[in-house]
Design a protein around this ligand. Structure first.
Ligand SMILES: [Zn+2]
Ligand SMILES: [Zn+2]
Length: 219
């Protein structure tokens, strides 16, 4: 059973379950870390400074991963590959043909895939670290995966003609992907500016010819 844009019922169920499980485990991970700050008796200032640094690091690394995954899905593999192709590759390929389609996707369709792909690292960190010893690693992981979670929503906003006012404000100060900045990727041949979280890495990676080099390496 599919709706008009090819979004099947099994995908909707999978996306809904992924978002729900992701939400629960991210909260558990964050909560375990926050409890440990208190137990470690660190000062508010030192905790605040560390969280700020980790948040910046998480934001930039989520931007990098968004670019890498986007680059791979645009250039390699087939949208017909079962599950993986349908969930990830199809979405990016469709996006160059009809860039506005993403603005018609529901919250679930927009954000399900990124939650699904975040579950293995989330479970891994949860199972292999402890709140008492690894609370900074847990904090970074939670912030990084929240960045990944926000990425497709931010990408969707960058294609909307009239995003919510607070979103326009964040785009204007370039804290999240601005519309004009992302439009560079949508100019044929779609071979640069792949990063879609905040886009901070697009300029330096283009200067370094990073994705052009990676494509030669992998082709
Ligand atoms: Zn693309
Ligand atoms: Zn786009």
């Amino acid at each position: 059973m599919e709706n008009s844009n090819g979004y099947a019922l099994w995908q909707k169920l999978l996306d809904t379950a992924s978002i729900a499980v992701f939400g629960v485990f991210i909260m558990l991970l964050l909560w375990s870390a926050v409890e440990s700050y208190a137990a470690a008796a660190a000062t508010v200032e030192s905790v605040g400074l560390r969280i700020t640094v980790l948040a910046l690091l998480a934001w930039v690394s989520a931007d990098f991963v968004s670019g890498l995954v986007h680059f791979l899905a645009d250039n390699f593999g087939s949208p017909q590959t079962p599950v993986f192709g349908k969930v990830f590759i199809h979405a990016f390929r469709e996006h160059h043909v009809d860039a506005k389609a993403i603005t018609r996707h529901s919250f679930i369709e927009t954000n399900g895939a990124n939650c699904l792909v975040s579950l293995p690292p989330l479970f891994y960190i949860f199972a292999t670290t402890t709140a008492t010893d690894d609370y900074w690693l847990r904090t970074y992981t939670a912030l990084f995966l929240l960045g990944i979670f926000l990425t497709n929503q931010i990408h969707k906003w960058s294609h909307m003609d009239a995003p919510p006012r607070f979103v326009s404000a964040l785009q204007d100060i370039h804290l999240i992907l601005p519309r004009a900045h992302h439009a560079v990727h949508h100019t044929a041949p779609h071979d640069k500016y792949y990063c879609i979280t905040c886009g901070w890495l697009n300029w330096p990676l283009q200067k370094l010819q990073f994705f052009q080099f990676l494509k030669k390496l992998l082709s």
